[in-house]
Design a protein around this ligand. Structure first.
Ligand SMILES: *Cc1c(COP(=O)(O)O)cnc(C)c1O
Length: 370
């Protein structure tokens, strides 16, 4: 049996007809950048994410970057975030000239531990950037409370969490900015790179739209320096089709997660293996990450030999990345993030995975440890 870590072809087959029709329209119109499809997608993602405004951009990375630029965050400023995330979260902070300041994560959810925030706030702190990792919202109430009290902006990295909820509120609607990625492996994946920023603020909405087109408004008059952060109409057309199925696919991911839970319990593996802990209302399971007691890399090889794809998110926490040596962090500074990078492994969870494939994954893990 083969169990790929991610298989996008099955999903494509199921909607091929609609996709081809929608993209054909774009070919005929020869309107490739921004335009009416992109506007329609902005309206739909805004509604889906319970936000009044949304601005389509070229990637999740650029969603983070434009949000920071719209916030006028730059040299001399600090942004507090997680060391256990995809590189783009921190890369964006550094690219605007600001300094990333890390706080450790919680062991159960892998999201930032809000109890560490206050001690890291200085007069230079401008924003907190929580990451809703693996499809589950960070513990937003205490984050928003500190941010409000200290007058800080909150930029949600919701790249992995479209549709996730925290106390009934959708990811992207909780902070000042919500940043989404439509990278193909995300829950709502485009046919290339694409992203979105959501916001409650009309002021930021207009600023984001200007920054997206090199800071131009009206055309060829620049009051700001932005970049080329535009979304392609083809991506919007694909995403509009796929958005109609997103809740169905999310429910499948959740059902797959429940099946893994059941299987790991039935096979008696739970004393060894820590399953994901669901703390927010709607975990959308972009990833299903388990914590294993030991020999994680050997387990990966064993599973690979059995035809099972896995991933490690993330093998090196950001504070220990070579390019950030100059920040002066050391091993031991964020022990929870460091342990997570050594002991966790992501299992296949895509919506179309079969029950027999999941059962096979669990069986092989049992074989390895018992
Ligand atoms: C995917 C991802 C991003 C970046 O999104 P791109 O669309 O690939 O630029 C940012 N943050 C997190 C947490 C991600 O998972």
């Amino acid at each position: 049996m083969k169990v790929p870590f991610l298989e996008l072809k099955i999903q494509y087959k199921s909607i091929k007809h609609e996709i081809l029709e929608a993209t054909h329209e774009i070919y005929e119109s020869q309107q490739f950048i921004l335009g009416s499809k992109v506007q329609e997608l902005e309206k739909r993602i805004a509604a889906y994410s319970q936000s009044p405004y949304a601005v389509a951009v070229s990637s999740g990375t650029d969603a983070l970057l434009t949000s920071l630029m719209a916030s006028d965050i730059g040299p001399g400023d600090e942004v507090i975030t997680s060391p256990f995330t995809f590189f783009a979260t921190i890369g964006s902070i550094v690219r605007v000239g600001a300094k990333p300041v890390f706080v450790d994560i919680r062991e159960d959810t892998y999201n930032i531990d809000p109890s560490f925030l206050e001690e890291k706030i200085t007069t230079r702190t401008k924003a907190i950037m929580p990451v809703h990792l693996f499809g589950q919202c960070a513990d937003m109430d205490p984050i928003l409370e500190v941010a409000k009290r200290k007058k800080l902006l909150v930029i949600e990295d919701a790249a992995q969490a479209i549709g996730a909820e925290y106390k009934g509120k959708r990811a992207g609607s909780l902070g000042d900015f919500g940043c989404f990625s439509f990278f193909p492996s995300k829950n709502l994946g485009a046919f290339g790179d694409a992203g979105m920023v959501t916001t409650h603020s009309e002021k930021y909405f207009h600023k984001l739209k200007i920054l997206r087109v090199h800071g131009s408004g009206p055309k060829y008059y620049h009051r700001l320096i932005g970049g080329n952060f535009r979304m392609d109409a083809l991506q919007a057309a694909v995403l509009l089709v796929k958005l109609r199925f997103l809740d169905y696919w999310t429910e499948k991911r959740q059902a797959n997660a429940r099946f893994y839970f059941k299987m790991f319990h039935e096979e008696g593996l739970t004393p060894f293996i820590k399953l994901p802990v669901v703390r927010s209302d709607r975990h959308v399971f972009n990833q299903f990450v388990i914590r294993v007691p030991e020999r994680r890399d050997e387990l990966r090889k064993y599973l690979a030999n059995a035809g099972i794809g896995t991933e490690v998110y993330y093998p090196i926490p950001i504070h220990l990345q070579e390019c950030f040596k100059y920040l002066g962090y050391r091993r031991g500074d964020f022990p929870v993030a460091e342990a997570a990078s050594e002991k966790t492994i992501a299992l296949p969870i895509y919506p179309e995975i079969e029950r027999e494939q999941q059962a096979y994954v669990v069986k092989k893990i049992k074989e390895f440890y018992m």
